[in-house]
Write a protein that binds this ligand. Structure first.
Ligand code: DGY
Length: 316
């Protein structure tokens, strides 16, 4: 009998077909909704392997309900949705999808910097709503991107890829990171110093005990009133209530967010009322090529596990 794999959201047919040699594949049939918690808890009673997404909470309760589970392959580079201590205790392998999404996520980060600074969403609405009356001297004026200072919080692979793009825009790059790196193109700065000096504060850190709520009222108050906050890391790093107040009172100029404390961002969330905010629905890695590359890594990890071969991209 083949081991059982449960996939928590609908995947392209070919990806599933490729896994059927090694597994009896069971899959939640919806693409736009993860398997509900009760379904997941029911499936793990039998499953040997899980293919999970960012929206799945893989916690101690789940590991305790999963006597056969050998591997969780998470379709993301981040894995804050998984309790690694509980995984280790239950001797379950956890894998992620690093590297293949680095450049794509850096592209989106830069796109959010440009879109927010140059008010692209507002500008598009102006055209489509028939509000474009004339060229005006100060109409829809934004902030420069080229020649400014970008402060990157979380200088991992994606941070370095953003840094490379910033060179092309003649920007000064400073960064704050858990550990200092020897980088020619970017200088280390303490967090407060980075916040005071940056025209763009770009968050690319993972969500950990150390980064949770790292950018709150005090930190936002240190930023320039012309500065822009970009978050492509994880929502929980920024206190959204404090960010709302900072944007509303214009103590900072704007923000571009791809990630939120609660995803999807509710329609009645106060952030939804702000014009000086650009929002995207957690699409950092969303290109066809990159999503297939991520799925390939997940497939390889699951196949290796089923065939008792060494599993790559383990985070535990
Ligand atoms: C990740 O992989 O962690 C990203 O947030 C997905 O876009």
């Amino acid at each position: 009998m083949k081991p059982i794999l449960f996939i928590t959201q609908k995947l392209p047919e070919q990806v599933v077909a490729d896994l059927q040699e090694a597994y009896e594949v069971r899959m939640w049939p919806e693409e736009e909704r993860n398997a509900p918690r009760e379904k997941l808890l029911e499936e793990v009673k039998e499953a040997h392997a899980l293919w999970t997404m960012l929206g799945d909470r893989i916690d101690r309760e789940l590991f305790e309900a999963a006597p056969n589970l050998k591997i969780v392959a998470n379709l993301a580079v981040g894995y804050n949705n998984i309790d690694l201590d509980a995984a280790r205790e239950h001797k379950v392998i956890v894998t992620n999808t690093p590297d293949v999404l680095t450049e794509t996520t850096a592209d989106l980060t830069f796109a959010l910097m440009l879109a927010t600074a140059r008010r692209l969403v507002e500008a598009e609405k102006t055209v489509r709503n028939g509000e474009w009356k004339a060229w005006t001297p100060m109409g829809l004026t934004g902030q420069n991107v080229h020649g400014t200072t970008v402060g990157i919080i979380g200088m991992g692979r994606i941070g370095e890829a953003v840094c490379m793009r910033a060179q092309g825009f003649n920007m000064e790059v400073i960064y704050h990171n858990r550990t200092r790196k020897s980088l020619e193109e970017a200088q280390y700065a303490e967090l407060d110093d980075l916040l005071k000096r940056s025209d763009f504060v770009v968050i690319l850190a993972p969500l950990t005990e150390q980064t949770k709520g790292m950018i709150g009222e005090r930190e936002l108050s240190l930023m320039k009133d012309t500065a822009i906050l970009i978050n492509c890391g994880r929502g929980g790093i920024v206190d959204e209530r404090a960010l709302y107040e900072a944007l509303k009172s214009k103590s900072i100029w704007g923000a571009g967010l791809d990630v939120f404390e609660q995803e999807p961002l509710p329609l009645d969330h106060p952030l939804q009322t702000l014009d000086n905010l650009t929002v995207t629905p957690h699409i950092g890695s969303a290109t066809v090529q990159t999503r297939y590359a991520m799925m390939q890594l997940n497939k390889e990890a699951l196949q290796a596990c089923a065939n008792h071969k060494p599993v790559k991209n383990r985070v535990c």
